[in-house]
Design a protein around this ligand. Structure first.
Ligand code: SAM
Length: 261
């Protein structure tokens, strides 16, 4: 018999109104409850990990986030009764995140962060430390190449010199970390596109292809809106003027690509 990958009671599917099954996610407002906040420029809304963990994990399972940043995935996983491990390059960011995650801790669940480069991190440290064979979900939210420079560290994907370098760095992270994803389980990439010198660079689709090349099966392409990000909130008029002048469009969406191993 196929093992269940979530705790949803499908026989009561009419009651599962808070579980999204459409490929367009229009999220009017970010969840800013408790330890969640939008202070880390480039963090995602908690509703993204919430929806994914509800559908693709069970209570007590392990979630991995190799670009854990301010810990949004870890906070959400903990609230939902899942164990969670983050990997984050910047020590200060990782430490601050783990403090916020632990400020909500009410149970014996594991919520931990390793400060390291996800491309080269010895992934067995996770399985050895927590005495597990694998993890049941991975969420990848890499820098959108150089749109936001997260640090001066040359190992930071946002400092990749060329598009090809960025994609090869992303590939290394996927290769290294997807090795611990349980067979038959799911992972997701959250990413947006960018413009360079008036040319659209479809980062999302390039990263999607990297995942496929690494042997993961594409299961869904979700388009999610975004409204007032911290960076752009005061610049709406300027962006609109630029878009009109240059015949371009202002990004109001990003992608969530879902894969099965
Ligand atoms: C888009 S942010 C992730 C934000 C996260 N989802 C959140 O909600 O806070 C990307 C993160 O990846 C980190 N990063 C960049 N290169 C990395 C690498 N080689 N290994 C681990 N983390 C890396 C950055 O420092 C940044 O915090």
């Amino acid at each position: 018999m196929m093992r269940k990958i979530n705790d949803l009671d499908i026989t009561k599917w009419k009651e599962l109104n808070d579980i999204w099954t459409d490929s367009l996610w229009l999220i009017p407002q970010r969840d800013n409850s408790g330890a969640h906040n939008a202070n880390y420029h480039g963090n995602f809304v908690p509703q993204i990990p919430h929806q994914l963990l509800a559908r693709y994990t069970r209570a007590g399972e392990f979630v991995l986030d190799p670009f854990s940043g301010s810990g949004t995935t870890l906070i959400e996983a903990q609230r939902m009764g899942r164990n969670s491990i983050g990997i984050e390059l910047q020590p200060f960011v990782a430490n601050e995140a783990i403090q916020r995650v632990h400020s909500e801790q009410k149970s014996n669940l594991i919520a931990d962060t390793f400060v390291d480069d996800s491309r080269t991190f010895d992934i067995r440290r996770i399985t050895n430390t927590y005495k597990i064979n694998n993890v049941q979900f991975i969420i990848y939210h890499p820098p959108y190449w150089d749109i936001i420079k997260f640090s001066d560290d040359e190992n930071d994907l946002s400092n990749s010199k060329t598009l090809n370098d960025f994609l090869e760095n992303f590939r290394k992270v996927v290769k290294n970390t997807s090795a611990v994803l349980e067979n038959g389980r799911y992972c997701a990439v959250v990413i947006g596109d960018k413009y360079t010198n008036g040319q659209l660079i479809p980062l999302g689709f390039y990263c999607m292809q990297v995942m496929q090349q690494e042997g993961l099966t594409l299961k869904a392409t979700i388009v999610k809106n975004f409204e007032h990000t911290k960076g752009k909130s005061n610049q709406q008029a300027l962006w609109r003027q630029r878009a009109l002048k240059n015949g371009l469009y202002i990004f109001k969406h990003e992608y969530i690509f879902l894969f099965k191993k």
